[in-house]
Design a protein. Structure first.
Length: 111
């Protein structure tokens, strides 16, 4: 999985550079998020701008990251969801669990 990670003040920004977040690559994202919290990061923002498809495995990786954030007294937020991906969050009611922002800039301002 291609991920680009950058630090913006107190926020670790993870850009998912894949068109699909599914069973083939979601474990990589799950592991990376866990590593970030294990190394002391507290505020993680996942930029899903390039992701056009997400399945239950991809959603599961993000839910796992959310639980990881909570157990480390941190925050995990999402930004820049494509319409198809956003509809999956609404269909599964996960939009009620995650803080989802239209842009990364807006999300960073809300940490």
């Amino acid at each position: 999985m291609e991920l680009f990670i950058e630090e913006r003040d107190t926020v670790t920004l993870v850009h998912v550079k894949e068109e699909r977040l599914d069973a083939h690559n979601s474990v990589d994202l799950k592991v990376k998020i866990q590593e970030l919290f294990d190394t002391g990061k507290k505020n993680v923002l996942i930029n899903l701008q390039d992701v056009r498809f997400i399945d239950s495995s991809g959603l599961g990786a993000l839910v796992s990251g959310f639980k990881n954030a909570s157990s480390h007294h941190g925050n995990l937020k999402l930004a820049s969801l494509q319409p198809q991906v956003k509809s999956m969050f609404e269909l599964t009611r996960l939009h009620r669990v995650f803080e989802i922002f239209s842009t990364t800039a807006e999300a960073i301002d809300n940490f």
